[in-house]
Design a protein around this ligand. Sequence first.
Ligand SMILES: NC(=O)c1ccc[n+]([C@@H]2O[C@H](COP(=O)([O-])OP(=O)(O)OC[C@H]3O[C@@H](n4cnc5c(N)ncnc54)[C@H](OP(=O)(O)O)[C@@H]3O)[C@@H](O)[C@H]2O)c1
Length: 354
Amino acid sequence: MTIDRRQFLSVTGAALAASQLGACGRSRLPVGGVPDSGFDETSTAEQVTAGLNLKGKYAVVTGCTSGIGLETMRVLAARGAFVIGTSRSMERATEACKSVVGVTSPARLDLGNFESVVECAEHIRGMRVPIDMLICNAGYLGGDNQRQLVNAVEKHFAINHLGHFIFVNRVLDRLYIADQARIVMTSSRTAYTHAPRQGILFDDLMLSNDYGDLMAYGHSKLAIVLFSLALSKLLRGTRITTNAMHPGVIDTEIGRHFNPVMRFGMKVRAAVGGKTVEAGAATGCYLATNETLGAVSGRYFEDCNAVIIGGDNHLYDETMADQLMTVSEELTAKYLVEQKVPQAPKRREAANDG
Ligand SMILES: NC(=O)c1ccc[n+]([C@@H]2O[C@H](COP(=O)([O-])OP(=O)(O)OC[C@H]3O[C@@H](n4cnc5c(N)ncnc54)[C@H](OP(=O)(O)O)[C@@H]3O)[C@@H](O)[C@H]2O)c1
């Protein structure tokens, strides 16, 4: 397949213009009260963490074996953090951990198997270390437009949202004992470009009507933003913050279930107005480490800055976020633990907690 050069250039121009606005011509406004990062869509994870010494800090990166997760683990470990990296396969996690310079530890996590989520969380809790940075990065995107169910809900929603929902709940006590903990929820622009117009379809979480992979993916990525929003309210007054972000469009293994034509389309899309993996990991690393963000929570970020996306979308819908919390708790009740918000113990004391 060949691409006409002039066509390529005009698409590039259009995509670049669109990136000034955000996707689909929506306005993208800065958020008052959140410092401008000085970084943009070209910044890399190495650049946004330049000069940082993360020695003594602990990070968990879900989905560390390829793409954005692998680059995130590489950069955080290079800056001195102890990084626990997860994969569905212990072998792949081990290989990924060995491939980066620094201190890392592999763990097995299958977000589509809630028992595995509990086991992974217990494994990490058993390490008896604080979690300073929790990067919920792992993600699934189907490719054949065939609806699948996991635990009686649609597969994207189960893996991308509910799996992380249980995981965050079960390791929250390790975040409470960090000096200042950050949760980074990896969402996607599809949360407002492809999610259903009504937002979360509480009455049809199986997505039985008009199923499409991108719609289902956007639905799950909207759930991730809303979970972060609702969680930020619950965590007010603690030393834990949570923010959601779109990493950019990057040619990674996320299209592993695509057919060859779709994969080619993704490559072109990533080449035209997309990002490198190094830049794709920047927003997450910035959120996890930048000291100016200590009190910033419940925000949605793109290209290393908090943004308000204009037009019809549900990214900031607190009522929907609260309802999502209730429904997610009901759906995963038997896997959750009760987490009491502690009186913020000092980290030193926590290290001796047995
Ligand atoms: N690339 C993009 O253009 C783009 C755009 C917007 C958002 N994102 C989001 O960015 C995140 C990282 O994606 P990526 O582009 O780096 O994709 P990727 O290369 O496919 O990496 C995804 C990671 O998730 C893990 N994973 C997949 N299914 C899993 C499951 N059921 N349980 C646990 N782990 C699972 C994979 O590990 P194993 O296979 O080893 O288990 C892999 O390490 C995802 O959340 C994705 O939705 C990506």
